[in-house]
Design a protein around this ligand. Structure first.
Ligand code: G4P
Length: 281
């Protein structure tokens, strides 16, 4: 299933970010901990060239804890700090301020040499749609005395948030990129709900997700739905439809409804902690 989704508002948002980057010291990129590579937008990489970087593996609570550790090491080997976070519960949020300071230590030193002191770090928060950016920013602000609003000297109409005396955050719209590198990237983005479901065939998508899950995490579909994982994917979906009472008139199985259940339960973590891709694999 080849998936592409790049609506016009994303081109516009990217242009805005290209203009704003001049003001930015640090790019905080939110990735989805379940698909850290597929959720890494190459356009944000280009945009962030020459800036300090910080990666947050958001929704870490939904991913496989062991794989989270492997991904942190992967980024650390590339000299990028990566912090796993759960923006809903604010777990590990204490580590973020320290990580921002560490990422910007070089910039602070340069400022000092020029006699500049006390200038807050200007950080752009970027990521794909649905990665949890709004939740993250709201949670981070709640744990500080953040103030939102337009700030003088900065482009008008932008959402700048003063996190504390040391950090100003710039929120940006969630963007994807014009062409996904391969079929797997598009699928992974669709599984987690970052591609508009309306352009997708949800039954095909759910079946492809079920195939991936049963090969990476044998037993998870059985644990959740009590289905025999040995059959064909259609048979498993049919079984789920029966077990969950997804029936149309005349007792015909409602595959679409069963597919939606699988997608929803994966996205919300009810299928368990699942990471869909690993470094180098
Ligand atoms: P966005 O701005 O990047 O588009 O994403 P947003 O914050 O709207 O979050 C998208 C969904 O992801 C929301 O769920 C949100 O609660 C959830 N979410 C964000 N961060 C985390 C996280 O770290 N862990 C988990 N488990 N979920 C997270 P929703 O179902 O669409 O909305 P709601 O019912 O929670 O309000």
């Amino acid at each position: 299933m080849q998936i592409q989704w790049y609506p016009g508002h994303m081109t516009k948002a990217k242009r805005m970010m290209q203009a704003d980057i001049k003001l930015i010291d640090l790019v905080i990129e939110l990735l989805d901990a379940r698909i850290p590579l597929s959720s890494k937008n190459p356009d944000i990489d280009d945009l962030a060239k020459g800036r300090s970087r910080l990666v947050l593996l958001n929704k870490a609570d939904l991913a496989d804890p062991e794989k989270n550790r492997e991904w942190i090491k992967y980024f650390s080997d590339m000299n990028i700090q990566a912090v796993p976070v759960d923006s809903r519960t604010r777990k590990d949020f204490g580590k973020i301020t320290a990580a921002i300071e560490k990422a910007c230590a070089g910039k602070k030193e340069k400022d000092l040499k020029k006699g500049i002191t006390g200038r807050p770090v200007r950080a752009m928060v970027a990521g794909i749609p649905n990665v949890g950016k709004s939740t993250f920013i709201n949670s981070l602000c709640k744990s500080s005395s953040a103030k939102t609003g337009n700030r003088p000297g900065v482009t008008k109409g932008k959402q700048w948030i003063r996190l504390d005396k040391n950090v100003d955050l710039l929120d940006t719209p969630g963007i994807l990129w014009p062409k996904f590198d391969d079929e797997r990237t598009g699928l992974n983005l669709a599984y987690i709900g970052s591609v508009n479901d309306e352009i997708l065939d949800e039954t095909d998508l759910a079946m492809s997700l079920m195939d991936t899950i049963r090969s990476l995490y044998p037993g998870k579909l059985f644990d959740r739905y009590g289905v025999d994982e040995g059959g064909s994917t259609v048979e498993i979906l049919e079984d789920i439809a029966v077990k969950r009472g997804c029936l149309k008139k005349g007792n015909e199985k409602d595959y679409e409804k069963a597919a939606r259940i699988v997608l929803d339960e994966f996205r919300s973590g009810r299928l368990g902690n699942i990471t869909l891709e690993m470094p180098g694999r």
